[in-house]
Design a protein around this ligand. Structure first.
Ligand SMILES: C[S@@+](CC[C@H](N)C(=O)[O-])C[C@H]1O[C@@H](n2cnc3c(N)ncnc32)[C@H](O)[C@@H]1O
Length: 200
């Protein structure tokens, strides 16, 4: 990507193609990721690149190069854009939380089926992280009260912000080391914890 710095003008079609080539060794969808990163920098929709060949100024081009370089070194796309889609919600993510995974939507589906079986259940999520699971559940069940705990105050800060941004106000977020600060009784407990296994 170095020879680009001498160029005076940059156009989206060219730099996306170059970026896609640059990222091709680290991802199966280099073009898509190149478009997402450029769209994020330009605050545009990715589909705009298919409508017009956009002119990019030097500063933004430099910013794009820097993001591409971080992506090339393995930083996840969602940490670079600061957002991730989950259950038709857009969630902010940062390095205080793990990026919600598409498979975790199955956990939401399963939990919703249990919620439907109960009359007004009290639901607890352990280790909420970005809030993805509780926010998706609470969005689908606005009359039910949820409690979501995490040991990380930074994660909870982000989870609260995600709830507000997604217009969800039926979750009580709490700092707790698993059950240490949990005194109520719950009908349903949901969790997607990270399992750490030490092999030696
Ligand atoms: C794998 S992440 C899951 C995040 C989210 N539920 C999801 O599915 O995307 C596990 C979460 O558990 C939290 N956690 C780890 N140890 C904990 C503990 N002792 N008590 C409460 N939460 C804990 C971490 O801070 C992290 O946010």
């Amino acid at each position: 990507m170095n020879n680009q710095s001498v160029r005076k003008e940059y156009y989206s079609n060219d730099i996306i193609d170059e970026a896609a080539h640059y990222l091709s060794t680290i991802t199966d969808s280099p073009k898509l990721e190149s478009e997402i990163l450029l769209a994020d920098i330009l605050k545009k929709d990715r589909l705009d690149f298919y409508k017009r060949n956009l002119s990019i100024d030097h500063l933004l081009y430099k910013k794009y190069q820097s993001l591409l370089s971080e992506r090339q070194k393995g930083k996840p796309l969602a940490y670079l854009t600061g957002k991730k889609e989950f259950w038709s919600l857009v969630l902010q993510v940062n390095e205080a939380v793990l990026i919600p995974r598409p498979e975790t939507e199955l956990l939401v589906e399963k939990c919703l089926s249990f919620i439907k079986k109960y009359n007004n259940p009290n639901v607890l999520e352990l280790g909420t992280g970005s809030g993805a699971v509780s926010i998706a559940l609470a969005k689908e069940s606005p009359l039910i009260k949820f409690t979501a705990i995490d040991i990380s105050t930074k994660a909870l800060e982000l989870a609260k912000k995600n709830a507000i941004n997604n217009h969800v106000n039926n979750i009580l977020f709490k700092t707790s080391d698993w059950f240490s600060e949990v005194n109520e009784e719950f009908n349903i407990i949901v969790s997607n914890p990270l399992m750490l296994i030490k092999m030696n």
